[in-house]
Design a binder for this molecule. Structure first.
Ligand SMILES: Cc1ncc(COP(=O)(O)O)c(C=O)c1O
Length: 375
């Protein structure tokens, strides 16, 4: 069993993907070719944003989002400590300070109730993450941000395809940044990402930042990066986009089924279910970039799953304030108790749209045996 099965997806799509790739090989415009422009139009329409700018990775999308807002050394960007390293890493790369705010214990996303007290005169942006495939509470976040005149960037690396109150992730905030890393809900065959905005000025700035800040031939009003998407990745994404809605529906079905199977599996055990299943808000749909549960004695459960040949992963065992790279922030144990507890307990199960019902049963039987073994 694979944790993410890209091979089965390719077998389904090989004709379409190969055809798209061949077109790129035929025209030979490998960087920012016609496929990139075509993808940008399709993705902007998909999420309901005015502009999409296809870029080299989710990390570079975050970096360019922060650069476009003019984040400077010593300024502060509010984010969550419970995320992939890139979220905090890109803030620090600009020598700005990540200001962590603890998470909601059920959704693992930044807790809007704690947000306002973290705002200072140095706050330049708020960077919530839509973790595991579920959007953060953007109505509440946007309202606080608007009150203080601070822009919001959605880190939508894990949530492309998800909806919040009927609107798509990446269409909810002033800026959104997503990732097309191969294992993401919409993934290419290398690195890729995208920025989204409704703002014409930001759109132009992103396009400049993507090519070293170039505004005209050999004319660079600002510093940028090499943040371009290559045409082969865009071609692959265009082929995959054709069936993306079906895959999103499959993810939703499989996620819900996993939770039912877990409830069933432990129903004959004489104790409250020791496994906490994902909580998806009624106004959200999740793309389950990760199907992540909480278990007691997590490391032992993971080892027991490995013994049973079930691949699992931990997203994330170390909250960002415990990373050595952020040691100078001086935030020890107890600084963000909800994130710290989650980091000790979470474990992600195999998840992709081609998981079979039988494979899900195998995973859940193994999970039950593993949890009961180590309790
Ligand atoms: C929450 C989050 N932010 C940012 C990134 C960075 O994306 P990429 O790997 O495309 O650079 C990831 C990807 O793993 C992520 O999960």
């Amino acid at each position: 069993m694979r944790f993410v099965d890209l091979k089965t997806q390719y077998e389904r799509l090989d004709g379409a993907i190969n055809k798209r790739i061949q077109t790129v090989l035929d025209h030979g415009q490998y960087i920012l070719g016609a496929e990139v422009a075509e993808l940008e139009v399709a993705l902007a329409e998909y999420v309901g944003a005015n502009h999409c700018i296809a870029v080299s990775s989710g990390t570079d999308a975050l970096l360019m989002a922060l650069m476009a807002l003019g984040v400077e050394p010593e300024e502060e960007v509010i984010t969550t400590p419970f995320t992939f390293f890139a979220t905090g890493g890109m803030i620090a790369l600009l020598k700005a300070k990540p200001v962590f705010v603890d998470i909601d214990r059920r959704t693992y996303n930044i807790d809007p109730d704690l947000l306002e007290s973290a705002i200072t005169p140095r706050t330049k942006a708020i960077l919530p993450v839509s973790l595991y495939g579920q959007c953060a509470d953007y109505d509440a976040i946007n309202e606080i941000a608007a009150k203080h005149g601070i822009p919001v960037i959605e880190d939508a690396a894990q949530s492309f395809g998800a909806t919040y109150r009927g609107l798509h992730s990446c269409g909810l905030t002033e800026i959104a940044a997503t990732s097309f890393f191969p294992s993401k809900p919409l993934g290419c065959y290398g690195d890729g990402g995208a920025l989204f905005t409704n703002d014409d000025v930001l759109d132009e700035r992103f396009r400049e930042l993507r090519v070293h800040g170039q505004a005209g031939r050999n004319y660079h009003p600002r510093i940028g990066i090499n943040g371009r998407m290559d045409s082969l990745q865009a071609a692959i994404l265009l082929a995959k986009l054709e069936i993306f809605d079906e895959e999103v529906a499959a993810r939703a079905r499989l996620g819900a089924r996993y939770s039912e199977l877990i409830e069933d599996a432990f129903s004959d055990v004489d104790m409250p279910t020791p496994v906490t299943t994902p909580y998806v808000e009624a106004h959200n749909t999740s793309v389950y970039a990760q199907y992540t549960v909480e278990v007691p004695n997590r490391d032992a459960v993971q080892a027991a799953m490995t013994e049973r040949n079930i691949p699992t992963a931990v997203h994330y065992p170390r909250p960002l304030h415990f990373q050595p790279a952020f040691a100078d922030l001086g935030q020890g144990p107890g600084s963000f108790p909800v994130a710290e507890k989650a980091a000790e307990r979470v474990i992600s199960l195999p998840m992709h749209p081609y998981l079979t019902d039988e494979q899900q049963l195998t995973v859940i039987y193994a999970l039950k045996d593993s949890v009961l073994e180590v309790l």
